[in-house]
Design a protein around this ligand. Structure first.
Ligand SMILES: C[S@@+](CC[C@H](N)C(=O)[O-])C[C@H]1O[C@@H](n2cnc3c(N)ncnc32)[C@H](O)[C@@H]1O
Length: 321
């Protein structure tokens, strides 16, 4: 059996409020959750839809698709009865649900997926970037350096190469640049040099091995302020092996054309590199009107209850008629 999700959706109320789904529309509505993850946002968006509407869920990680398929099969029985909250104990309500389709792909492929699967233009597209707590908890994939898992760091293991393989062959300067640019790590050169020296004698195979090495390179050792000093290096390698910023840049160029007039694009980012791309692309688009002059941030209560939400920023734009 597929394990249930442990991911808590961030800025949930804000996403629902900014989705614009409360606006009346003749005909059916289509919502695309481009980063399905544990299905938390998708589930709550479904609650705002009617039986004739569509919810399309996309994730690069087939594990996320399997998990949410299993979850929704349990919560959306064919007779249309649903349970009110996927994270709560099962209690049933009598709301009938929209049509749901879950697809393993990148959100940047949405234009093609719309043609292939006959998906109408969207009234709302949500991207909640980065990784999910389910991926972080999976000890086999290396996202968490507290587990001894293989240093893979890919969302989709059929694409590209693992972080371990990347570290085995990448040029030292290129590695330092990746750690500096994608991790905003001041000690990037020192870390890159230590990785190259280490691989002369033995490869870096696990997340723990990389974390130990980074801890030895960064002044102050393991804990740097409130976060583990290996966090930035892991973030940089994850962004690199998944080519995350390229997926985001291409998507932002393509997604406005996937929106119906008045449709909304909501993007939650977790670091400044992503937020900068989103902010500029939304501002410069000829067909989008920015609705959030400043990003929407989590409340103090949310950051207290879910510390992972502390760096989240939501930006929203609407397709001009
Ligand atoms: C922060 S989680 C999303 C959590 C989700 N909103 C929820 O409520 O459970 C991000 C998800 O996006 C996926 N992802 C990352 N890049 C992607 C891409 N280019 N296309 C599709 N999914 C992607 C990851 O595999 C991960 O499952």
């Amino acid at each position: 059996m597929v394990p249930s999700t442990v991911h808590i959706p961030v800025l949930l109320q804000e996403v629902i409020q900014w989705s614009g789904l409360e606006r009346p529309k003749t005909g059916s509505k289509t919502v695309v959750d481009g980063t399905l993850g544990g299905g938390g946002h998708a589930w709550h968006l479904i609650q705002a839809l009617n039986p004739n509407d569509f919810l399309i869920g996309i994730d690069r990680d087939s594990g996320a698709i399997d998990r949410v398929t299993e979850l929704f099969d349990r919560l959306l029985p064919p007779n249309g009865e649903t349970n009110s909250d996927p994270l709560a104990p099962v209690t049933s309500t009598t709301r009938s649900t929209c049509r749901v389709r879950l697809i393993q792909s990148s959100y940047r492929e949405l234009p093609k997926l719309m043609v292939d699967h006959n998906i109408p233009k969207a009234d709302c597209i949500l991207l909640d970037l980065g990784l999910s707590s389910d991926q972080l908890e999976d000890a086999t994939r290396g996202f968490s350096f507290r587990t001894g898992g293989t240093l893979d760091l890919r969302f989709c293991t059929d694409e590209g190469i693992s972080a371990s393989d990347l570290l085995a062959k990448i040029d030292e300067k290129e590695l330092a640049d990746i750690i500096y640019q994608f991790g905003e790590e001041r000690f990037s050169r020192r870390i890159a040099r230590a990785i190259v020296e280490r691989r002369r004698t033995s490869p870096i195979r696990t997340a723990e091995e990389l974390a130990d090495l980074v801890h030895r390179c960064v002044p102050g050792g393991k804990i740097h302020g409130r976060i583990d000093s290996a966090t930035r290096t892991f973030q940089a390698l994850r962004i690199a092996v998944n080519n995350e910023l390229e997926h985001l840049k291409t998507a932002i160029e393509r997604l406005p054309d996937c929106l119906a007039p008045g449709g909304r694009l909501l993007i939650i980012s977790f670091h400044s590199l992503e937020d900068r791309i989103v902010k500029h692309a939304m501002r410069e688009s000829q067909v989008l009107q920015v609705l959030t002059k400043k990003p929407v941030l989590p409340s103090d209560q949310e950051t207290y209850e879910n510390p992972r939400s502390r760096s989240a920023k939501l930006r929203v734009a609407e397709r001009i008629e």
